[in-house]
Design a protein around this ligand. Structure first.
Ligand SMILES: *[C@@H]1O[C@H](CO)[C@@H](O)[C@H](O)[C@H]1NC(C)=O
Ligand SMILES: *[C@@H]1O[C@H](CO)[C@@H](O)[C@H](O)[C@H]1NC(C)=O
Ligand SMILES: *[C@@H]1O[C@H](CO)[C@@H](O)[C@H](O)[C@H]1NC(C)=O
Ligand SMILES: *[C@@H]1O[C@H](CO)[C@@H](O)[C@H](O)[C@H]1NC(C)=O
Length: 170
């Protein structure tokens, strides 16, 4: 009986650890810029990516995926001024290998353009606002959800029946 109780508590610890991992994974989202359209000169002109961005919520830690074919497109992070004038003279960083992942690591505005030919002028440009991550702020979460009490712990325990002892001793 004592042995069973130790196993249960260790399992509970394991379940909580696993759920923490799942939560950490879920907190970061990836956004494929333009969804199925990918990253190119959009048929609808500059409105295409503005419309897409307006439908998204970007938080610190999210990853943008610029899905393009290497050699056909590129993507550069630029200043607001360079974005507005499609000036690709001095970008912060340029990615020439597609698809390119870009991690949004701070709060604020981000501006991206395609630097090849006249692609930016034709609409290959993206401006977004990134807000603080909901779980990483100094304020305690007022509407905090607590998925720890459900999910992994509820589903993991029944799976361990019979093999729990082996699992713990390894
Ligand atoms: C990128 O685009 C290609 C071609 O359209 C598509 O097959 C692939 O699934 C896309 N990748 C992502 C991450 O959306
Ligand atoms: C483009 O940006 C560069 C570097 O910031 C600047 O020197 C140049 O004057 C800009 N060109 C135009 C047309 O604004
Ligand atoms: C970019 O992110 C996608 C989705 O998370 C991932 O599958 C891919 O391996 C990443 N690519 C690079 C180069 O990190
Ligand atoms: C970001 O948000 C600020 C404040 O709401 C706004 O003035 C600005 O135009 C936004 N920038 C972009 C790129 O959406």
């Amino acid at each position: 009986m004592a042995r069973t109780r130790i196993s249960s508590s260790k399992l509970a610890t394991l379940a909580i650890a696993l759920s923490a991992i799942f939560q950490a994974t879920a907190a970061q989202t990836t956004d494929v810029v333009g969804d199925e359209l990918g990253w190119l000169v959009p048929p609808g002109g500059p409105l295409a990516y503005a419309t897409w961005a307006a439908m998204q919520t970007f938080t610190v830690g999210d990853v943008l995926i610029f899905n393009f074919t290497t050699g056909d497109q590129d993507v550069a992070r630029v200043t607001k001024e360079a974005y507005e004038t499609c000036n690709s003279t001095n970008p912060d960083v340029t990615y020439v290998i597609g698809p390119a992942n870009f991690t949004l690591d701070s709060v604020g505005e981000y501006f991206f353009i395609g630097t090849m030919d006249r692609r930016c002028t034709l609409g290959q440009k993206l401006a977004i606002n990134v807000s603080a991550s909901s779980s990483g702020t100094a304020n305690p979460p007022s509407t905090g959800t607590s998925p720890v009490s459900e999910g992994p712990s509820g589903s993991a325990l029944p799976l361990c029946k019979g093999s729990c002892t082996v699992l713990i001793h390894t």
